[in-house]
Design a protein around this ligand. Sequence first.
Ligand code: BES
Ligand code: ZN
Length: 416
Amino acid sequence: MIAGASVVSVGLVGCTPAIEVQAERGRLLSQTESTVASRKAIADVQALVKLGPRVTGTPVMEQARAYLIEQYTRAGYETRTQTFTYPKFEDLGSNITVNGQTINGRALNGSIPGKPSARLVVVPNVGQRSDFAAVDVKGAIALVRRGEIPFLQKAQNAENAGAVGVVIVNNEPGELYGTLGGEVQVPVLALSGKAGNSLIESQPSQGTLTVNTRQRTVTGTNVIAHLPGVMQPRVVVGAHYDSVPGSPGANDNASGTAVVLDIARNVAQTPSARQAWFVAFDGEEDGLHGSRAFVSQAQPDWLQGLDVMLNFDMVGVNDQLLVGGSQSLAKLAQATQSDVSIFGGQGGSDHAPFARASVPVLFFYRGQEPNYHTPNDKAVEPQLLDETTQVALNVLQQLLGSDTSDRISLMRRSVL
Ligand code: BES
Ligand code: ZN
């Protein structure tokens, strides 16, 4: 996704028992202060999680925004919001009913809605054109197995052969969450292998397909915080604050949102804060819409003025902190941390649109975990948030040279 990108791992847990860290103010945070910082970050995660799933375009997001704006304001920042819209596909519940029995499935992403009652025809093999030639699906609902060719091709073959609906059966027992990836004028339902194969085996003759979908325009809202008058920062520090439906998104990504807020609190009284914008992105889970809108609404000159975009996504679970991004920044992260190793992959997150716009990026995350995108993503470890903030503060010190300049300016201030 990002040319020349590398991923660096920073083993933190167990490497240092001391909670003392080099703080922005040019002195060491005491254990008590560090604990206070981590309590604030965990309180932020809890406040966001308490609201329930933070799905873009829902009223919960207004509450999340109000919380973030209040916190940034308290820390001395000015905030503004940036809105953007995008079309969102929704499945409001889709199924097929055969002999009075309803089998639940999922509409293929992008399918039109529809409710045809018709003959059911099992198409041989995987629904190639030749497979459709062997059966009569005119005016019928075609049952097609997954595999070999794209969903779109199967659905188009069905449509061309006169079918009024399509059911695609997974080629493994589990659920099928698929995307059509193009236009077809017939509704398309996906069934799990388990449900679909028993339907095929029952040799059904008639059924009603219900594909209950809609496409609506969703408005997302990024929250941008900076000190008054800071118009051209050198650094964007960001994280998405939306979550997937059904998940309270503690780790994905109240954790990153809280770390960004915590970085902002830590640097608020230092010159570093005049070099940074802090952004909570919306619409990430639907396809990085918030960060894409941020980048596309920015002037090219403004983007060129950035030295780096720091992104935090899923940083509250798993001991190992991973850092990905452009080569030079990965090296810089290596330099600030002794036990660093290189990893090969990375997830899609809000740094990607910046990287595509040639802004150097550094991506902090802690890898996959079992509760990812589930209702159980409801807790994170406070210490891991704190450690992430501290590594980021070290990186910022290196990048902005704030360690020295802050010390000097603070010393000056204290003697004048
Ligand atoms: N937090 C994830 C991405 C992620 C996963 C980052 C694992 C690091 C490690 C993010 O919220 C997400 O789920 N993104 C989508 C992609 C996006 C473009 C819709 C994904 O990875 O499926
Ligand atoms: Zn995420």
